[in-house]
Design a protein. Sequence first.
Length: 187
Amino acid sequence: MANDADLVIVGGGPCGLAAAVSAQRAGLRPQVIESGVVVSTIAAYPTYARFFSTAEKLSIGGLPFVIATEKPTRRDALAYYRAVVTYFAVPVRQRERVTAIRGRLREFTVISRTAGGQERTTTAGAVVIATGYFGSPNRLGVPGEDLPHVTHVYREGHEAFLQDVVVVGGGTPRPKRRSICGAPARG
Ligand SMILES: Cc1cc2nc3c(=O)[nH]c(=O)nc-3n(C[C@H](O)[C@H](O)[C@H](O)COP(=O)(O)OP(=O)(O)OC[C@H]3O[C@@H](n4cnc5c(N)ncnc54)[C@H](O)[C@@H]3O)c2cc1C
């Protein structure tokens, strides 16, 4: 019996969407399954965040990312990646979390849970995991780490107004001459 999809892509971030566009170009039938909404990591950026990468380096599938400034804002990027999904008709199921993957090459079964709490299975010949790293922070294992005002992601600063704030770790992945998904960028 034919699989539901040739390729299931877990995660609808920029890398999952880029994988889906490439798969479609290769004549495959991809299915993206996203636990939130597409590019939910970017949607969670601080409201007025601006990328350090240029629009060209963030673009995928050859679809031009045209803005008036060199570095896009969070809002520019959200609009662009929504356009990617509609322009390339990327098949994406949102608000559906993948909970398990079973099987082997050409015979995978991907198990997911829909927003309504239903378990769903999708068969596929191959699976791409594009879940990023923002959902798996490096936890310190120290008391207080789970308090509601402690965050493991860069959040909107407004909620810390007039309060003392401790920032633990100051790194950021800074791709050099690479796009957001690691593919060589032009320029
Ligand atoms: C403020 C800020 C500024 C940044 N600026 C830049 C920049 O200028 N240039 C740059 O290259 N990078 C930048 N980054 C990093 C950039 O956001 C990441 O590199 C990028 O989002 C990685 O894309 P991804 O598709 O690998 O992962 P993500 O964008 O994290 O996407 C992963 C997706 O997988 C979904 N997912 C996770 N688990 C499951 C599951 N079990 N089932 C289904 N779906 C699941 C998540 O909901 C998410 O939508 C910045 C980050 C921050 C916070």
